[in-house]
Every structure is written in C-alpha cells, then in structure tokens.
Design a protein around this ligand. Sequence first.
Ligand SMILES: N[C@@H](CCC[C@H](N)C(=O)O)C(=O)O
Length: 289
Amino acid sequence: MSTRIAFLKGHGTENDFVIVPDPDNVIDLPPAAVAALCDRRAGIGGDGLLHVVRSAAHPDAEEMAAEAEWFMDYRNGDGSTAEMCGNGVRVFARYLQEAGLAVEGDLAIATRGGVKTVHLAKDGDITVGMGKALLPEGQVTVSVGERSWPARNVNMGNPHAVAFVDDLGHAGDLFTPPPFSPASVYPDGVNVEFVVDRAPRHVAMRVHERGSGETRSCGTGACAVAVATARRDGADPAVTGTPVTYTVDVPGGTLRITEHPDGEIEMTGPAVIVAEGEIDTDRLRAATR
Ligand SMILES: N[C@@H](CCC[C@H](N)C(=O)O)C(=O)O
C-alpha cells in the first residue's frame, strides 16, 4: 500500500536539506531511500536529510530525551549518518519554529554529537552552541592533483581537515574526496576545508563534505576553520580570556563564529524553509530499485 510522506525543503547558507517530519519514528528511511530523496536529478535534491523525530522515539537519542524533546536524525546525501550538522541544526530549529513545535528562546536539540542549544529569535539569524573543538596532535596532509598542503585536524563532533591555500581555485573541481594521509587519522572519512584569508579575522572557504561532495556551506566546517585560523594567528581565548570572532565566507553566504574562553563555540547564520510537499512511497520505492 502506498503512503504519502510529507517533506519540506530548507537551507542554511545554501547547504540544503530535505526535511522529513516523523515525530514517532515510523517512516523507514534506509540509506537508499535517503540517497533517492537527496538526488538532485531524480529526487527532491539536497546535501543531506533532516529526519525530525522525538528523542524518546529514536534508539540513538532516547538517553537525551529528558534534555531535548527533538532529535535531529541527520543523514548525508549518500544516506550515511553523521554526528552533527551545523547548518542542519539551524534549519531543523527553523522548521520546529514554523511548525509551532518550538517557541522563541533557547531550544535544546539532540544530535548524534550530543545536545546542542539553539537560540531562536522571532526572525533573522539563528545562533547555535556548537560545543568545543578538539584539536588532536599530528600532521595531516591533504592533496588535490599535484598540490598538497599540511592540514589541521579539528573535530567538531564530526571530523575535519583544514588546509590553508593561496587560492580557492587550487582545490579544483572537488568532484571526488581529496586524498589525505596518513589514512589512519580519519578511519571513517573526513570533511575537507580549503581556506584563504580575506582580512584580519575574516576568511573564505570551500568544502568537500564526507557523504555529500562539494557543498556551498558547512557549519561544523566553518567552526573548524575559525578555530584552526585562530590558532594559526596565535589567538587562543583560553589563554587570553577574551572571545575571538571570525567571519567565514562560504560560497552560499557568510557565517559568524565566536570561540569563548571556556572553549565553547557559537555559530550564527541564516536558516530558511523554502518549500513543502508530499512524496508517494511507491514512487520512492521505484526510485530505489
Ligand atoms: N553540512 C554539515 C555537515 C554534515 C555532516 C558531514 N558531511 C559529515 O559527514 O561529517 C554542517 O553544516 O555542519
């Protein structure tokens, strides 16, 4: 029997998502179905999918249910799961707000990377507490064609390699994941950011996302870039006791990232819902055959 699944489409700095509201976690979303929905030619199209589930109804989130009513069950465009999505969590919050499921003020959202707090205003940009960055020691090298660069390993719940380059064009077409070494540093793959300076405390980046390819923005990536750039610039809020803010331009817009003396990182940026509709499960089944 065919069923109709309601979906919405939204984006944050053009990192775009198919949103599937499913409070009781009754919709089966295997990786092939997610990939079919995210397909830009044969599906709805998106860098990833935000499955909106009550924390109490999902085995990956039930332990967080007392803290956060809603769980962002995030999937990459290829159907794989990831720990966290910084643009996604703002879009997720915007959906809850517009659906009347969340009110203005602070809202806790469960993710596979832990509970994140989003500050929802009536409208305008959304700020999210992204937690702390981990900066494991050790040298990583990222390459594109004949060029290679040392990269900073930054973990924002999910893994990132941040490489400073002379020209964002040197990242090439980014149709395939940039090779990195040693392979043992990122056993589950990595998101790779290429960064150039624009002005003091202002950079621009391109990103190849694990499981999605090149995207027009990555929120966790922008946080990783801000922290890696701050350390490169000799700025460490934990040492100076003063917050540091970086402006990070991405192909799809601009994000503002502040690192506080306690290590907590806040990211501010836009989040919009642009469309909604329904898909027939029979059509989806046909698409995944
Ligand atoms: N676009 C996201 C990151 C999504 C997850 C990433 N592709 C991964 O696999 O870690 C963001 O805005 O943070």
